[in-house]
Design a protein around this ligand. Structure first.
Ligand code: ZN
Ligand code: ZN
Length: 465
């Protein structure tokens, strides 16, 4: 294996190869990716152009799987296959809102996943406004019954995306809470940080015993407009007409696409990396998550081209992440019994640069984590103190004690585009995309070839992304 690797380097960088000890092979691969990776861009461009939006369970997601199988096979990956599963599918319909009184005017919004439909002619009701989920929770049912609940809040951009947990609550919990209190419908301020008139969609699920009600996200400018209207209306009721016509079309097929770089030592275990293949329907899912698919695929491909690694690297492109994560649990259920997965990591936070690395390695692997952190430092990546949780699709492995790495990306502008029609290719910066590939390449080069065992710790649970 080392011979093959050195030969690959000798061909690529003849002046350096002879003098490089094995420890520097990962640095070489990292630098080659940083300078010249084009595969990740080709994959993001290809998936967003040839397939476009690919909502889980639709024929578009099926085309994305075919595209991925074709590309991964052509790139030389082994064991390329689909892990199919079934899931319920919800489809967006007409979405319209207007203030009827006291200041009649249209508002722009978009339905949240699993929203119920209004009558085709819409429903009209009084709006009652809250500044947070907690405020709604504290309100007497009688104040909410029959009304359209509005939850406003003020999410601000952060580098680590931490606002998503807190400000995501109106979307995740608001609809169930409003339904239990007898609301006619709910509109929330988009979980977003931009001032474009784009609603940010996203999944929500009605909890046990909560009757589905119409649920939508106002764009940030429209949410602020509605708040001003409520403030000025004084004692006059603010009435809204809301028309949403989504429908549940029943169970359809989704699936994960799996590909491998086979290792030389089956006893050394398997490393899983990946992203999710599905996207929301509004944009072409360039940052969420063609980028993650492309970054991890390109990094694994670089390791494959450098020669056979010790451990098998498995790339999993998950299905149905956006609508509730059917792909992650399916892969875990099918593959966990083999007991051979030693490390997991997902890229699912856009295409901007990695700025921090977190680990959840066992104490015995401290030196391995140090080595990876040192290799990432020249890319401008600092070492964090949080236990790695991997992405939503791989969190079950981490909870089961598998080692994980988080390469945290800069999220400052992520929620300007997330789950909107603006999630398109032009938002991807090729230079930052290459930095991601370089970081994952360094991680895989070390972990796939590290001697000994890789073991994780079981971290405390953290909020889902
Ligand atoms: Zn995502
Ligand atoms: Zn998403």
């Amino acid at each position: 294996m080392k011979k093959t690797l050195l030969l690959a380097f000798a061909l690529a960088v003849p002046a350096l190869a002879a003098a490089q000890p094995a420890a520097d092979q990962a640095a070489l691969l990292r630098d080659q990716a940083m300078r010249g990776d084009t595969l990740a861009w080709e994959l993001v461009e290809g998936l967003t152009t040839e397939v476009g939006p690919r909502q889980a369970g639709t024929e578009a997601e099926a085309r994305a799987r075919e595209w991925a199988v074709r590309r991964l096979t052509a790139l030389g990956f082994s064991n390329v296959h689909v892990e199919p599963f079934e899931m319920p599918v919800w489809m967006r319909g007409i979405e319209r809102a207007e203030i009827v009184a006291p200041f009649p005017q249209p508002l722009v919004l978009t339905a949240l996943g699993n929203s119920a439909a209004t009558p085709a002619s819409g429903l009209e009701a009084e709006v009652i406004g809250f500044q947070s989920v907690d405020e709604l929770r504290a309100a007497p049912d009688a104040a909410v019954r029959g009304k359209i609940v509005f939850i406003n809040h003020a999410m601000a951009p952060t580098q680590d995306g931490s606002g998503y947990g807190q400000f995501g609550a109106p979307r995740r919990q608001g609809p169930t809470l409003a339904s239990r209190k007898g609301a006619a419908a709910i509109v929330v301020r988009s979980i977003g940080t931009d001032y474009h008139r784009n609603g940010h969609t996203g999944v929500q699920s009605f909890g046990e015993g909560a009757r589905p009600i119409p649920a939508a996200a106002l764009t940030v400018p429209d949410a602020e407009q509605l708040q001003r209207i409520l403030n000025r209306a004084g004692e006059r009721p603010v009435r809204m007409r809301l028309t949403l016509t989504p429908r549940n079309i029943g169970r359809r097929q989704s699936g994960n696409v799996v590909a491998e770089v086979p290792g030389t030592d089956p006893a050394a275990g398997v490393i899983i990396v990946g992203g999710h293949l599905d996207s929301w329907d509004l944009g072409t899912g360039a940052i969420d998550n063609a980028a993650g698919v492309a970054i991890t695929t390109a990094a694994a491909h670089r390791i494959m081209q450098a020669g056979r690694p010790r451990r098998t690297i498995r790339v999993v492109l998950f299905g149905a992440e956006e609508v509730g994560g059917g792909g992650g649990p399916t892969h875990f259920r099918l593959n966990n019994p083999a007991g051979n997965v030693v490390m997991v990591g997902e890229s699912d936070f856009g295409a901007d640069r990695v700025w921090r690395v977190d680990f959840n390695f066992a104490q015995g692997n401290a030196a391995l984590a140090d080595r990876i952190a040192a290799l990432l430092a020249p890319l401008g990546i600092v070492r964090g103190q949080n236990p790695a949780g991997a992405g939503a699709d791989l969190s079950q492995w981490v909870r089961a004690g598998t080692a994980a790495i988080d390469l945290n990306q800069d999220g400052t502008r992520y929620f300007d585009y997330h789950h909107t029609p603006d999630d398109t290719l032009d938002k991807v910066d090729p230079a930052q995309l290459r930095q991601n590939v370089a970081a994952w390449t360094a991680v895989l080069a070390v972990l796939a070839n590290a001697p000994g065992r890789i073991e994780g710790i079981t971290p405390a649970p953290r909020p889902a992304r």
